[in-house]
Design a protein around this ligand. Structure first.
Ligand code: GLY
Ligand code: MN
Ligand code: MN
Length: 437
């Protein structure tokens, strides 16, 4: 069986179980359509419904839909309008078409006519802000129990999905190298951003999230997505968090660079060691929360060793000091979505795992299982808003922190696929290694 054949068989089985558990005969998954700006007719970039691209690697066919009734082949209604305003939608012959019934439609009403009464017992999943979708006589719209069931099981990737994640990482790694080289040659943030996109022939709306291209102190802004057009007088440091998409699957990679050897380069090296040590602790059965705490302790040790904060790693963590420097979560599931779903689900019935107020931004609280894909992305930054709470605290070496501020901070982010007994695959480092980095 090919990897895709195996994948779609798994998706079918997961939908069979979810529909049976929640009492629906069938499901209609709408791909979505672009929204237009307020009082305008310009569309925003279109992003397909993730549960649509879970079935078929078709990400640029708005107004399409998939109907699935257990026992029958999924029916893909591919929307191909007769329209002289836009370029024709091309449908290359690909393997997925052997596993579905393909119905090309040029009007959405043709789909509803084809489905007839079946629509009335179907659960609808998708956005329904536009007509005629808003008026389709379906049984339920986006039922939470059905979606939770599907989201819980999406955490375990099929081989085909892992293959796509691997390719997405290869693309992103190639672009990261181009961005690093642009930084080293003194480029502005916008020039680096363009170098990244050009290296993989992507347009801006094709990357899975706004790339973070941050020089100097901008590295401390966690979701910095301003692209300065002028290079700073001195480019000291560079933090880039940027991904790529392959067949609908996402890469999400962060690297940090120093322009010159010295204290910041040493800090990057220490964070790299701490991240790689953490990677050795990923084993089925351990809870992701434990990994997060373990990474905090390693960062607390770095804070102490580099003289930013006084005390042992344990005391720095216990007093909450490390959270001032590493405020975000260790990582998240990754797949069809950058922040892939299901990180708080305790089971497929939709029970949730309570968030911990100590680590409110941690998006993944599940036990580690073979086949999960997630990121590991420790960071250490000078975020003045967070340091304000510790003002006047003599455990903090403010002079040393002042030395770090002009560099922003460090983050290193890889994507991992969990294997048996710690035999994990690091999609990101493998991608860089294949390029000789
Ligand atoms: N790029 C967003 C994140 O790392 O979660
Ligand atoms: Mn991430
Ligand atoms: Mn990232």
């Amino acid at each position: 069986m090919s990897a895709y054949a195996d994948h779609i068989a798994t998706v079918r089985a997961r939908f069979d179980a979810a529909l049976s558990a929640t009492g629906y005969d069938s499901v209609l998954i709408y791909a979505g359509q672009p929204r237009v700006a307020f009082l305008d007719d310009n569309p925003a970039p279109y992003k397909v419904n993730p549960l649509f691209k879970y079935w078929v690697p078709v990400i640029e066919s708005p107004k399409s839909a998939i109907f699935y009734e257990p026992g029958n082949k999924p029916v893909v209604f591919l929307f191909k309008p007769r329209d002289f305003w836009h370029a024709e939608v091309k449908i290359p012959v690909e393997e997925w078409q052997e596993h579905v019934e393909l119905v090309v439609i040029d009007e959405q009403d043709k789909m509803t006519a084809w489905l007839g009464d079946k629509l009335k017992s179907a659960a609808f999943i998708g956005e329904d802000f536009a007509e005629p979708v808003a008026s389709w006589p379906v049984k339920a719209r986006n039922p939470a129990n059905l979606i939770d069931h599907l989201h819980f099981h999406r955490a375990i990737k099929t081989e085909w999905e892992v293959g796509n994640l691997r390719e997405a990482n290869k693309l992103a790694a190639k672009a990261h190298i181009a961005a690093r080289d642009a930084f080293m040659s003194g480029a502005s943030e916008l020039e680096i951003h363009h170098a990244y996109l050009a290296a993989i022939n992507f347009r801006e709306c094709q990357v899975p999230y706004n790339s973070i291209v941050a020089l100097n102190e901008h590295g401390a802004v966690l979701h910095y997505d301003v692209y300065e057009t002028q290079a700073p007088a001195e480019s000291r440091s560079f933090l880039i968090d940027a991904g790529a998409l392959y067949r609908g699957y996402c890469a999400d990679i962060t690297r940090t660079y120093a322009r010159k050897p010295g204290f910041f380069a040493d800090l990057i090296a220490a964070m790299d060691v701490a991240q790689q040590e953490l990677l050795t602790e990923i084993k089925p059965g351990i809870n992701y929360y434990e990994l997060h705490v373990s990474q905090h302790l390693k960062i607390a040790k770095i804070l102490s060793e580099f003289g930013f904060v006084k005390g042992s790693a344990e005391s720095i963590y216990e007093q909450g000091y490390s959270s001032a420097f590493f405020p975000h979560g260790l990582g998240h599931f990754i797949g069809l979505q950058v922040h892939d779903v299901g990180g708080f689900l305790a089971n497929d019935r939709g029970d949730t795992i309570a968030r911990d107020s100590r680590h409110p931004f941690l998006r993944l609280l599940r036990d580690v299982e073979v086949g999960q894909a997630f990121t590991i992305e420790p960071g250490l930054y000078v975020v003045d808003q967070l340091l304000e709470a510790h003002q006047g605290n003599s455990d903090f070496n403010w002079q040393r922190i002042d030395e770090l501020r002009p560099y922003g901070g460090v983050r290193i982010e890889d994507s991992i696929v969990v294997g048996e007994n710690g035999r994990n695959e690091n999609l990101t480092r493998d991608a860089f290694a294949a390029l000789g980095v």
